[in-house]
Design a protein around this ligand. Sequence first.
Ligand SMILES: NC(=O)c1ccc[n+]([C@@H]2O[C@H](COP(=O)([O-])OP(=O)(O)OC[C@H]3O[C@@H](n4cnc5c(N)ncnc54)[C@H](O)[C@@H]3O)[C@@H](O)[C@H]2O)c1
Length: 246
Amino acid sequence: MKGKVVLVTGAASGIGAACARRFAEHGATVVLADRNNSDDLARELDALAIKVDVRDEVSVARLYSIINERHSRLDVLAHLAGVAQRGLITAFSVTDWDTVVDTNLKGTFLCCRGAIPLLRKSGGGAIVTIGSELAYVAEQNISVYSATKAAVVHFTRCLANDHGADGIRVNCVCPGPVQTPMLERGIKDSPDPALTRRRTEQTTILGRLGQPTEIANVVYFLASDEASFITGSAILADGGVTSKAT
Ligand SMILES: NC(=O)c1ccc[n+]([C@@H]2O[C@H](COP(=O)([O-])OP(=O)(O)OC[C@H]3O[C@@H](n4cnc5c(N)ncnc54)[C@H](O)[C@@H]3O)[C@@H](O)[C@H]2O)c1
């Protein structure tokens, strides 16, 4: 990754922060983008941190214009920004819908749309999007989030088709339950957190939660030249959730 410019969205927390560290360890010039402050991580990695709201066209355009001014190139977009919200749709307001759909789906559209011209200008590159095992299995109480993740998987396949000729590979990573602030919030807000944690661990074949670094490894691999013949794929890193015998 030496000499490559890598944009990581959702970099202030969880899987995104782990990805930023992994790319930096391998010598990439990393740009951290998040709606929250990632200045501490930027200092740790000697990286540029830019505040962005991935739902907002103007904010995303500003992000790419800063990257273009600063680095004049982009080799990898690792797009990890996302939000999860549980609830039956009868208790889901249109505002809730907009938050989840705009962040996970419109955000993916805006960040990929902004990246493609810069990737093209750099002679090609890779985009890694983030889905979920919930793109494949139906779980109760999380329909809107799951629908956005299924849409991201298919959007990824379509972008791979549209931009293969530009030398841009586009793939998606679909994690199972990973121990991040997002998952911990969901567990804490449940009626019986200890039971929810045990049950969540037991949804996997491995009997445990994943760690952010275990997802970062897959994101890094897909972005690297080691994955040069992989495009249009959605790779499950779910501890076996989708293969578990019941
Ligand atoms: N943790 C899991 O179990 C799990 C499983 C499957 C998929 N995922 C996906 O992985 C991705 C990362 O999740 P995580 O678990 O690390 O969560 P997290 O909450 O720890 O990190 C998500 C980051 O995205 C940022 N973000 C949210 N909305 C944004 C916006 N509008 N603009 C810019 N940044 C925004 C947040 O500020 C945060 O830093 C998400 O897309 C999530 O859906 C997580």
